[in-house]
Every structure is written in C-alpha cells, then in structure tokens.
Design a protein around this ligand. Sequence first.
Ligand code: UDP
Length: 491
Amino acid sequence: MAVRDEPLHILFFPFLASGHLIPIAHMAALFAGRGVRCTILTTPVNAAIIRSAVDRANDAFAGTGSPAIDIAVVPFPDVGLPPGVENGTALASQDDRDKFYQAVRLLREPFDRFLADHRTDAVVSDSFFDWSVDAAAERGVPRIAFLGSSMFARACSDSMLRHNPLENAPDDPDALVLLPELPHRVELRRSQMLDPAKRPWHWEFFKSMNAADQRSFGEVFNSFHDLERDYVKHFQKTLGRRVWLVGPVALASKDMAVRGTDVPSPDASSCLRWLDAKPAGSVVYVSFGTLTRFAPAELHQLARALDLSGLNFVWVIGAAAGQDSSEWMPEGFAYLIASGDRGFMVRGWAPQMLILSHPALGGFVTHCGWNSVLEAVTAGVPMATWPRYADQFNNETLVVEQLKVGVSIGAKDYASGIEAHEVIAGEVIAESIQRLMESDAIQKKAKDLGLKARSAMEKGGSSYDDVGRLMDELAARRSTVKVVEDIQASC
Ligand code: UDP
C-alpha cells in the first residue's frame, strides 16, 4: 500500500498525571473511531492507568475497520525516585517534585527515538512538555499542543503572561485585577492569581509553555464551540492561533466505569446501588480530582457542611483516605455515613462519569479541574465551585459568571496541593450548596448545556466537524510532504 493511502498516524504524548492521561486516552479513542492510527507514548505506571480505557476502546473497534490504539511504553527515567513513583499524584515532597521534573525532561530521548523510528503525521503533545516543540520540529513532525484546560482559562493565562497585570495592581489581596484584552470583562482577586513575584519558577515555566504552544502547528481543546464561542474567535482572530475543539472527549469513552485507574474503589458498585434508591436530582456529589489535598481543618468544615445542608451526598475521599479520620471527622458524622440514609463515602477511585450521569444527581462540589467541569457540563449537572490553584479560578469564572451553571463557595486563595488554604466555614459551604440545589434557573441552564455538549459530538456537530477538519489538514500536509520527497528523490 502506498504511504499516502495508509491511515493518518498521530502520536499522543500526555503529561504524567491522571487529569492529562484520561482525556488523551479518550481523544485517541475518538480519533481511532474516525480511522486514525493512534499511539500513546508513556511510562509503565501511567500506561496501567489508561490500559482499561484503551483495551475497552480496542474491543469496541474489533471488526469495524478502525485501527487499534497502541500504547508505546518507555521506561521511567531513573532519577532516584522510588520504583512506581511516576505520576504527579504520587509525589510526596518538594524533593520528589524536583526529581519528577528532571525525569520529565529526560523523556525527550525516547520521544525523539519514537519519531525517528515511526512515520507520524502529527504529535499531540502535552503543553507541559515545552521542549517537544523543538524535538518534533527537528523530525519534521507538526506538534499540536494539548493542555486539557478550557479555552477560556488558556486565554486568561495568555493575557496574564502578556500583560502581567499584577505588576501595577494594589498590594491588597482583595483588590480586583482586570485581565486585559479578553472578549469579556474578566476580573479576579489578586489572591486568586498566579503572582510572578511569589512564584517565579511557575511564571517562567508558563511563559516557556505558552511560547512553545504559539510556535506549534495548532492546539486541540477538550471543549466545544457552543461552550466558549467568543474565546474560539479570540484564539483565531486576536491571537492568530489554529484551534480545534473536539470535546467533550469523555463521550468517546468505552469504559465509563473504570477509566483512569487500575485500582477502582471497592465502594464503586455499592455507591451506584445507593444512588438508585435516591429521588431524582436529590444528591450532591463531592469530589476534587486527583491532585487536590485538604487539610484536616478543611475536611472538618466540609463534613459539617454536608451534615448542615440536610441534603443527600456522595463524598469521594480518595486523596484523604490515608488520613486518620479522627483528626477531622465531626461528632455524629460517622453515624450519618454508617446509617446509609443521607450520605455515602467512596474511599479510593470513584466511577465519576457514572455517578455524574446518574438520575439521582443534582449538583457537584468541584475544584474546577477542567475534566471534572466538562464531565459535569456533559451530564447536565450544575456545580458548587471550590477552586484551589492553576486554571481552576478561571474555570470557576467561566462556570459561575459566564455560563451561569454554578455557585461559588467563595475560595479566595491560590495555593497548590501542599500549601495551606484559608479554612471556609461549614455554614458558608452549606449555604452555597443549598443555593445551587434550589435554583431552578441554574438547574435548567445546566440541563440545556448538557444537550448542547452531546450534540457537539454527534455527526454534523461542531466537535465532530473539527475532528474532520484536523484530519483533512493533516492529510493535505502529508500530500505536500510526499510531493517534496518525490521531487528530492528524483533529483
Ligand atoms: N476521577 C475519577 N474518579 C475519581 C477521581 C477522579 O474518575 O475518584 C477522574 C475525573 O472524572 C476526571 C479526572 O479524574 O476525569 C480528574 O481530572 P480533573 O481535571 O477534574 O482534575 P485534576 O485531577 O487534574 O486536578
């Protein structure tokens, strides 16, 4: 078969964190379903996290003519981390983090070797691998950036990095700071923003990342046009960037139950049975992704809030499972859970997509990680927002102020997983959740948005079309490259 007749081949190169691996596994399933040969390059522990998602997708493709997705497993570089520590969730100290980032840079060698040994039409590289733009260019392969965030948050970050609005802002944590040159007026409290004076390493890293993404062939988003239409225009017209919105990619998943882990929680199926017995729209789901950590004082207030709210709830306490619950559990809370009447606690990895799409769900308390936000949007579930750091405060603004499908809990301080956060009182948390569950307008808006999300992925929908547009552009590029190669061979 002539090279030009072979299916397109895309190499996916996700960052080593579950929130990056999961959407990449789904995106590979999406593109493979459209006839693209997909390979995911990662290390053994990270391969295990997405193995079930990939195997299920391949089972579903058997006999359909869609090419099977491959996982190319490369060793995790030896930088002195204990065996098995290969993923952002497993890092316990700053020393671990430093070693981890050293290992991340060393992945350039296997990445380069893969490109040298295989014909690839494009690489979808995580933006965190800023060096991959040069490595791909050296091999003549177009790099398509993917960070797994919202287009809105990426636009906010670009505005921050270009204008550094904190430089001339009052030195008051509550001062409202305007992000310049965005389609809407977007303001955040100073305390909610990445401050380059306090975090120079992060600032320089994000600058380098943004520059690498600008030099790339384009950027792919796990989003859809109806969700953030003004920001699509902003990226294309104002920033002059090529973008494709192909989400919600979770809808391409063939593995709703286990995807994203090789160790599902033993509580998973009893949680779903528990939900079956609850009235429609009556349950609040509480979960904060894979990296967020809460101090015992915060867990204490959250538990009080769930009790005070009087609502039914499912609380995923994966990240805190190892903590001694006597440090934070309020009196009577253990009984509330044990009675099984109003509350259910999941220890470990929850089947989030199945929970969010359960008819009993009425609201989601989230840290605003983009995957969680988009999964809630897709399921038509409104959110009580509790951002902590990174893009999460921007995602909160999108959810609460622009899409109007959420209520803010009122978090004010940008602080990463291992840093201390202001403790928000249980009464305040409870009041926000109650407001969310009682608002017919918010509930209706969320349901409408869920319908739009699903129709974007259907044949003729905007995300379906963007996948096709990207494939056409890569096919056209392949033809041009082939003509050049033929001319060179004949000289
Ligand atoms: N997730 C899950 N079960 C869990 C915890 C997390 O399925 O118990 C999934 C969740 O559905 C989402 C991802 O893990 O797809 C977390 O990504 P997100 O961007 O929300 O947060 P991050 O972990 O990157 O902060």
